[in-house]
Ligand binder design. Structure first.
Ligand code: AHR
Length: 524
């Protein structure tokens, strides 16, 4: 008898634990409609293309003579994919590559262009067949803003000055050279980066020295024929608040933007963790790092900027972010080719939801990188292309671009994420992340992510007077968090129509989210 009761108790405990594990949890989100005033710049959805691995060569550019369908050398499948996410901005040519790049090697007849060793990225020989014309023409085809990073690390002021003149002047010696190379009209170039990671691969400088160098270089970036430049200083890495403080004090309003880099990787010491093989703890740690983790960094960096620049004249630009995992086994070392799973999609959703909250100061965020490198939009292999789960998040979030951010308050159960390697702190993060925005026609966009691997979450959204019908509801989810798209199975993780959202008469929206899912919908 005694044994039976004990067994019964064990069975009950087990059943209740299982029920808890698979329970539908609840959260609430409140839209603070009255505080909606800051625009989510389209550049928050910016991208980055570096001469690194197959990002440019093979990913974007195959050359006019290629058997891969192309338009003037750019692959058609990738062009279409980028048009579908309304690519707003593209940063080029690096990254670390930018501080070894000499732009004059990349103009003129391709067969005459000198070669160079790409010292940062695997020692690959770069033939310079993709240069200034190829980049700026690509931006014109895509209708996106070019963002050109100048070589401060190993270049010269003269080289920088002449590059700006070559791209944007109507007349003069550089314009003449450009015309000889086939382009009569200057391009429109707004964003100029003065160096990249100048504390590291861009010259290992100290902030005081870089600040002076910045002031000198930017002086000779002239504005020709009304082309207004927006100059960006090479900002801090993650938690380096001293770099920000020094640049803010010493450069001041000689910069329009100050950059920041923040990557989600398991550790910088040794293995960064596999892109496709990870345990639940590693997954939760990545979600916390890219949500509450980046938020903490943004808050602290912005607090410094607010103190030194209370009138909010200098923008913060997160011009490199995303996941950085170990390179795919069998891929070329130094090419940073990695797969992209539902975990990366969740990272994208949590990150974008966070970025929206800081758009008063945060004006640009460029995910690294656009093709075949790190947390990319597309993966290509010869004539094949797959859209990654991260791409699908970017496509689902398009309506937020240029919309007004509606600040949100989220109440959701939290998880604790511990990094067993201890080189990054333990963090507590809500399972549910949310953001909302108001489009110019009044449509309200709602973006939700439930990071929970085991439980669904019923999210009750207090709309605070927003009225209309549910439109364009989509969900991105998959059976397993490690699911990803491959050349053999390109549609394993794709968005589908979402039906589990209901508006009630009392002005609330109820969204029944499955475990590990991202839902975007509109109310109009
Ligand atoms: O995106 C890859 C590299 O990461 C960039 O070249 C560099 O700026 C950063 O360290």
């Amino acid at each position: 008898m005694k044994i039976t009761i004990k067994r019964l108790a064990t069975v009950c405990l087990l059943a209740s634990t299982l029920a808890q594990l698979n329970a539908q949890k609840t959260s609430t989100v409140t839209l603070n409609i009255n505080d909606a005033k800051d625009k989510i710049n389209k550049e928050i959805y910016g991208q980055f293309a570096e001469h690194l691995g197959t990002c440019i060569y093979g990913g974007l550019w195959v050359g006019e003579g290629s058997s891969i369908p192309n338009t003037n050398g750019y692959r058609n499948d990738v062009l279409q994919a980028l048009k579908d996410i309304k690519l707003p901005l593209l940063r080029w040519p690096g990254g670390c590559f930018a501080d070894e790049y000499h732009w004059m090697d990349g103009i003129g007849p391709r067969e005459n262009r000198p070669r160079m060793v790409n010292n940062n990225w695997g020692g690959t020989v770069e033939d310079n067949s993709f240069g200034t014309h190829e980049f700026l023409n690509l931006c014109e085809i895509l209708g996106c803003e070019p963002y050109v990073s100048m070589n401060v690390g190993s270049g010269s002021v003269e080289e920088t000055a002449k590059w700006v003149e070559y791209m944007t002047a109507k007349d003069g010696p550089m314009a003449k050279l450009r015309k000889q190379n086939g382009r009569v009209e200057p391009w429109k170039v707004k964003y100029i980066g003065v160096g990249n990671e100048s504390w590291g691969c861009g010259g290992n400088m100290r902030p005081e020295y870089y600040s002076d160098l910045y002031r000198r270089y930017q002086t000779y970036c002239r504005e020709y024929n009304g082309n207004k430049l927006y100059k960006v200083a090479s900002g801090a890495s993650d938690y380096d608040y001293d770099w920000t403080e020094t640049l803010m004090n010493r450069i001041g309003d000689k910069m329009q933007g100050l950059s920041l880099h923040y990557y989600t990787c398991y550790t910088w010491e040794g293995s960064k963790g596999s892109a496709t093989k990870f345990n639940d703890d590693q997954y939760y740690w990545a979600i916390a790092k890219c949500g509450v983790g980046v938020e903490e960094v943004l808050k602290k960096q912005i607090a410094i900027m607010d103190r030194i620049d209370p009138k909010n004249k200098i923008d913060l630009l997160l011009d490199e972010w995303g996941t950085w995992w170990d390179e795919e086994p069998g891929s070329i070392p130094g090419h940073l080719y990695q797969q992209n799973t539902m975990r990366d999609a969740m990272v994208a959703a949590f990150s974008l939801n966070t970025f929206h909250q800081y758009t008063k100061r945060l004006k640009m965020c460029n995910i690294a990188q656009i093709a075949n490198v790190l947390q990319s939009m597309v993966l290509t292999k010869e004539d094949k292309m797959v859209l990654t789960p991260t791409y699908h998040v970017f496509r689902m979030y398009v309506p937020n671009m240029e919309s007004i951010n509606i600040p949100v308050k989220v109440q959701s159960e939290k998880f604790i994420a511990e990094n067993e390697r201890k080189d990054d702190p333990e963090r507590t993060s809500p399972y549910v992340s949310a953001s909302a925005s108001k489009m110019s026609d009044g449509t309200v966009v709602i973006n939700l992510a439930n990071a929970d691997l085991k439980n669904g979450n019923t999210v009750t959204i207090n709309l605070n007077g927003v009225k209309g019908k549910i439109q364009n509801a989509e969900i991105l989810t998959s059976g397993d968090v490690k699911d990803h798209n491959t050349f053999e199975q390109p549609n394993k993780v794709v968005p589908t129509a979402f039906k589990d959202a209901k508006l009630s008469a009392n002005g609330t929206l109820t969204v029944k989210m499955p475990k590990m899912s991202i839902v975007c919908l509109q109310i109009k």
